[in-house]
Design a protein around this ligand. Sequence first.
Ligand code: SAM
Length: 248
Amino acid sequence: MSHKSRIAAAFTRQAAAYDSVAAVQREVALRLARRAVSRLPAPPARILEIGCGTGLLSAELATAFPAARLLLTDISPAMLERTRARLGERAEYRVVDGEHPEGMEGKFELIASSLAMQWFADLPGALARLSGLLAPGGRLCFATLGTGSFAEWRAAHAALGLPCGLHDYPEAAPFPWPPGATGTIEEEFLVEHHASGQAFARALKTLGASEPAPGHRPLPPGAFRKVLHALRGGVAVTYHVLYGEIHR
Ligand SMILES: C[S@@+](CC[C@H](N)C(=O)[O-])C[C@H]1O[C@@H](n2cnc3c(N)ncnc32)[C@H](O)[C@@H]1O
């Protein structure tokens, strides 16, 4: 199984449980939708969403742009079905690897994606390909994780000299824009409190965000217990959120 298939399978397994732990994701979706509304010069006729998950952003977009045609996509069929259950006939649905949207018929006045692109192997390449689907004047608005995300979890591993399986996330500046693209980034830090390291690890697993970075092997149980022990009194976990925009 490829790394990408394992990412999709992890989200598929957790599709039913995702919303129960997705407080930050819900908040980011709301903020991203507000940004899109404030930045678009006119209501979009066609919207493409990448990595829609259970439809948290999709629902905001459907409300904000009632006349728009929505094409909602995700790499996980089970996640996509959750969105279909939320929005029904209001949208079209397609299983798509958002990193490789080749073959999709554009053009979209808005392409949106909330907290999915941190799973991409080649972010600049994906942004270039997605930008190619924008209509003239269109906007690609996304939220993804920045380098400061989960710093506390990384620090607990580092303090014990243990490797951490989290993926590497980009800096806000310099952000890895594709060549020739003019984009903007705004960043914010959202903090979520967990009663213990174990509670945080369980929440990540419940979200489906459990596939480690390529090449990382799970820690032996004894080493993992040391990390959990270090965080037994509770942990405040930072989500460093990057809101990006490419304007065509
Ligand atoms: C953390 S969830 C976010 C879901 C939703 N956008 C939200 O804000 O709640 C990440 C989603 O990205 C999807 N995803 C991961 N890699 C993807 C890819 N290459 N193409 C499309 N979707 C992908 C996952 O299946 C999952 O539904």
